[in-house]
Design a protein around this ligand. Structure first.
Ligand code: GLY
Length: 434
């Protein structure tokens, strides 16, 4: 099978590495890809948000399946354009991807389908936003409606801070068109879990639950980022909670989309908050793609063949599939440029990486380490350099979370360059109730 992947980050490297292990896959293409992805796939530089460019590329290469990694091509309608040309696509339509691309649409969808989520007001004007502050208890969470590369969510304990954010978004258009409509909602306490499910438009299957770390620094301090690390554990929450996530979240989402004639094909990521007092759960956000870096722990932990599952989602044959996840724990730690997320690249640093395994971990190699590239490049003499932002995600598995964590950090220390920044508390403690 020939598979084409769209994207260029650590998530797409994890997707490509997982596909490269499949006995069904003979040929991988990626656009635009990165230096790590190029070890497994032929990479082509093209604008993956331009429907006609992507369709022409797909026509030229005729892949059996196209997997869309990031949200920007989904928002641009690339999945729809490819399907119109009869390609098999893993990734939802532009309509269904509104679960991620429009926070006001997502919130209304949750209200319409009784999916648990925080009380909220949908605001199109400055005066509606001020009224929303009056009608909801503080602290408030203010969300820009559109895609904002992880910079569109603000937690505001005081009214003055909330008004500053509203002014910046609506009056000064600090996030452009993405911030001219807002969701203002009640802040909910609890612990966060990222839940993933696969859907083929009719059937769906739970995939995995994991935890990510969005702040740059230890103890959840520092600026919000795309994600600094994640862990997977087969029993991350008790069974009754995973059942409830299926019944209260995934089932009504997929049924609701089907009832609106916008069936969902691909992976859906539900960002949840769980209140440890009563185990109640609430949806914070949906994403129409794998999380990054959650994908870097989910796919190394997937024992089923990902190529088969992705094809089943695209063909509508998920009913025939079962999904098996590893019984091991898995931890990933992101290494980033010291100026991430705000500044420009400090300077490119040369990288020296451990050899990558060709097979997933086995009882004889229980801690096999995988290093996923997010932002690297190879010079003419094939030296690998950092390119800024989130540069690498280092992943390892272990029989217990503590063993996976130890193996991951041992590899991180071998991999880190001078001035690399990474959190040292990923999967340490305190994220989940014991
Ligand atoms: N890890 C957060 C995200 O992918 O949105």
């Amino acid at each position: 099978m020939k598979i084409a992947i769209l994207g260029q980050g650590g998530r797409e490297h994890a997707i490509v590495a997982s596909l490269a292990r499949s006995p069904l896959v003979s040929n991988l293409l990626c656009a635009p890809g990165n230096a790590g992805i190029a070890d497994h796939a032929t990479c082509d530089s093209l604008d993956i948000t331009d429907c006609s460019v992507v369709c022409a590329w797909a026509t030229q290469h005729a892949p059996d399946l196209i997997i869309i990694g990031p949200e920007a091509p989904l928002a641009a309608g690339v999945a729809d354009a490819l399907r119109q040309q009869n390609h098999l696509v893993f990734g939802p339509s532009k309509q269904a991807a509104q679960l991620e691309t429009s926070k006001t649409w997502m919130k209304q969808f949750c209200f319409d389908h009784a999916i648990p989520t925080a009380q909220a007001r949908l605001c199109r004007t400055h005066s509606q936003a001020l009224l929303a502050l009056d009608s909801l208890p503080s602290p408030w969470v203010i969300k820009a409606d559109g895609l904002a590369q992880g910079k569109g969510v603000f937690i505001c304990p005081s009214r003055a801070e909330a008004i500053n954010v509203i002014d910046a978004l609506i009056k000064s258009k600090s996030l452009g068109a993405a911030g001219t409509q807002l969701v203002i909602e009640q802040f909910l306490p609890g612990y966060e879990v990222s839940a993933f499910a696969l859907s083929d438009g009719t059937e769906w299957r739970p995939l995995a639950l994991c935890c990510d770390y969005k702040r740059r620094d230890n103890n959840d301090k520092g600026p919000q980022t795309g994600g600094m690390g994640a862990f997977y554990h087969p029993e991350i929450v008790p069974h009754h909670l995973s059942e409830r996530i299926a019944q209260r979240v995934f089932s009504p989402v997929f049924e609701g989309l089907r009832a609106r004639a916008t069936p969902y094909q691909g992976v859906l990521y539900a960002g949840l908050i769980i209140n440890p007092q009563d185990d109640s759960l609430s949806v914070l956000e949906f994403n129409a793609r794998f999380g990054d870096p959650e994908c870097q722990v989910i796919l190394p932990s997937l024992e089923s063949d990902f190529a088969t599952l992705a094809l089943a989602c695209a063909q509508g044959t998920l009913k025939e599939q079962t999904i098996t996840m590893s019984g091991q724990a898995c931890v990933t730690v992101v290494l980033c440029d010291k100026n991430y997320p705000e500044g420009t690249l400090a300077r490119p640093y040369p990288l020296s990486l451990p050899p990558q395994p060709s097979q997933p971990s086995s009882p004889s190699s229980p801690h096999s380490v995988q290093t996923f590239h997010a932002s690297t490049y190879a010079s003419d003499d094939n030296t690998l350099y950092t390119r800024g932002g989130r540069v690498l995600a280092v992943t390892a598995q272990g029989a217990t979370l503590a063993q996976a964590r130890k193996a991951t950090y041992a590899a991180v220390e071998r991999t880190a360059w001078q001035d690399a920044h990474y959190r040292t508390d990923i999967a340490a403690q305190g994220r989940l109730p014991s």
